[in-house]
Every structure is written in C-alpha cells, then in structure tokens.
Design a protein around this ligand. Structure first.
Ligand code: HEM
Length: 294
C-alpha cells in the first residue's frame, strides 16, 4: 500500500474542517419577506431553510404551508422573533423600519435586497442569496438563464412589431376594494409593460391613485389589472363596475382587459416573470400570438 504523506493528510483534514465551519456559519433558519425573493430562495434550493414567510410569498404553493409573518410592509417583531430565525431576508419594500431595527437588536441578521425593476438587481439578488445559501454556481446559472429568456422575448417582440405598432397600455394595481393605483415610471409594473412590448401611457413617477379623468384622456388600447383579492374575469368585472369611465375606453370596447398576478410585482423581479411576460406580450400582439408563447 502507498504511504500517504502525513502533511497531505493533515492538509485534507484542515480543508474538510474549514468547509464544515463555513457551512455552519451560513444561516440555517430563514424568514423571507417579498414574493419574488422567496421564490428565488426556493429556486436556489433553500426552501427547507425557510421557517416563515410573508403573505406575498405564495409561490411555489408549498410556501403557503409555512408560518406567516404578515404583510411585508407591516411586519411585527414578535411574530418573526418567535420563529427564532438566524436571518430575515427582504427587499426595500419590507418594513416598517422601527420593526426591522427591533429585529436587528434582538440579534437576528437582516439582509436587504433591491426591489428595483432592472436586470442588474436580479444579478445582485441572486449573487447575494447564492452566497448566503452556499449555492453560488446555481445562482450564476439562474442569472444567465434569466437574461437569456428576456433577450429571446425582446427578439420576438421586435419581430411582432414589424406587423403591429406597440399598443398604449396602463397597469392598474387594485387593493382589495380600495381605489386602484396606476403604475408609473420606475415601478415594477412599468418594467413589466415595457418588457412585454407595451407603451406605458402613465408618465408620472411611482404608483399613483387612479383618476377617472386621467384615464379617459389616456384612452389605452389595453388595460392590465392586478388585484390581490380578485383574479381573472371577477377582477375585471369589479374594476369596470367601480370605474364606469373605463367601460367606454378603447380597451374595454375591444375587450382588451388583461389580469396580471400581483405576486409578480412584489419583492423585486422574480423567476416566473419571463413566462408571464410572454403571455402578456401575446395579449399585446394578438397577430403574433403563436410565436410569442414561451
Ligand atoms: C399578493 C400581493 C399583495 C398582498 C397580499 C398585499 C397586501 C397588502 C395589505 C394587507 C396592505 C395593508 C393595507 C390594506 O389592507 O390595504 C397593503 C398595503 C399596501 N400595498 Fe399591498 N399587497 C400586495 C401587492 C401589492 C402590490 C403589487 C403593490 C404595488 C405594486 C402593493 C403596494 C402596497 C402599498 C403601497 C400599500 C400601502 C402601504 C402602507 O400604507 O404601509 N401591494 N398591501
């Protein structure tokens, strides 16, 4: 038998120990706030580490079985601390700030991510989560794949635009009966509309209350509607009932009202967006529908 040099054996032992030590340092008990962020944790294979999620974390459906920490914008410290997490991950939508400070003071790591609607933020989120989970190469793979899917869609939209002009569109975010807000510049909603090949007619910044006059003047070709309590046809009927001005818009007359899952608009840009964008683009460019399906 060949004698293994003692130094090599010792080196291997040290290496094995330090890898173990590194793994032990990674947070084991995770609480996550923000739908898209929780989806990325799952996509990176971190779902078993989650011990709680907020109410916007609904995908994959298995997350709904976890203890709830309430709405990401209105967290309470007691609920989160009772889950004894090592880390709370969330985006800048998460709050309120005094609660985050309380959680930090109790010794829980709070890791913040960007909810900005831009590809660079997806790269950063994946890189950061990859490090926290010890899954860096998987994270790099997902980031490259995401970019590639969106590039492919842009090519297909360019093609569709040779046969049809970009439609003028609006995205309304309904809040369970409260007045809907229109997605303006700099929002995830605006990014979604543009990526799907629409021309967002709203030029204000952020999400703003919906005004009937403004809507009538803008006369969109397509209205996209997102409501956390209602979905599909039900959401659209409620919208038309609450806002009769919409009923006379070109979009309503031509029945171009499309509902959009609100969990795609919270916690940054998430992994289900590329396929949702394909479907949205197909509704913006009906003639090119067949080639736009993912
Ligand atoms: C599944 C998705 C969502 C759920 C479960 C949810 C839930 C809630 C809840 C419970 C509130 C507290 C006030 C209320 O009851 O109306 C709220 C407020 C709010 N939501 Fe959402 N929401 C969702 C999606 C969204 C989206 C897509 C946006 C923006 C694009 C948004 C922006 C806001 C804002 C700005 C407030 C007011 C925040 C405050 O006053 O602190 N939410 N939401």
């Amino acid at each position: 038998m060949m004698r293994r040099p003692a130094a090599l054996v010792a080196l291997c032992a040290v290496l094995a120990l330090s890898t173990q030590a590194l793994a032990a340092e990674l947070p084991q008990r995770w609480v996550s706030a923000g739908g898209a962020l929780s989806e990325w944790v799952s996509a990176l294979g971190g779902e078993q580490r989650l011990v709680g999620v907020d109410t916007t974390s609904q995908h994959p459906a298995s997350l709904k079985a976890l203890p709830s920490i309430g709405y990401q914008r209105q967290l309470s410290a007691e609920g989160i601390l009772s889950l004894r997490p090592d880390v709370l991950v969330g985006t800048d939508e998460m709050g309120p700030p005094p609660v985050l400070a309380q959680i930090r003071n109790a010794g829980v790591r709070v890791e913040l991510f960007s909810s900005k609607a831009e590809l660079g933020a997806v790269d950063d989120t994946l890189h950061h989560l990859g490090q926290l989970l010890g899954r860096e190469s998987k994270a790099a793979e997902l980031a490259a794949d995401y970019r590639q899917q969106l590039q492919q869609l842009q090519g297909q939209i360019k093609q569709a635009q040779t046969g049809q002009e970009a439609p003028g569109v609006l995205l309304l975010v309904g809040h369970a009966g409260a007045k809907p807000m229109i997605a303006g510049q700099g929002t995830a909603g605006d990014w979604v509309l543009r990526q799907a090949g629409g021309r967002n007619l709203a030029d204000h910044q952020g999400y703003k209350d919906f005004s009937v006059e403004a809507l009538a003047a803008l006369n969109p070709d397509v209205v996209v509607f997102s409501d956390r309590a209602l979905s599909g046809e039900q959401a659209l009927q409620a919208l038309l009932k609450q806002n009769p001005a919409l009923a006379v818009s070109r979009a309503a007359r031509e029945r171009r009202l499309v509902s959009f899952d609100p969990t795609l608009l919270v916690g940054g840009l998430g992994p289900r967006l590329p396929s949702a964008l394909h479907a949205l683009a197909a509704s913006f460019y009906p003639a090119a529908k067949a080639s736009l399906n993912p």
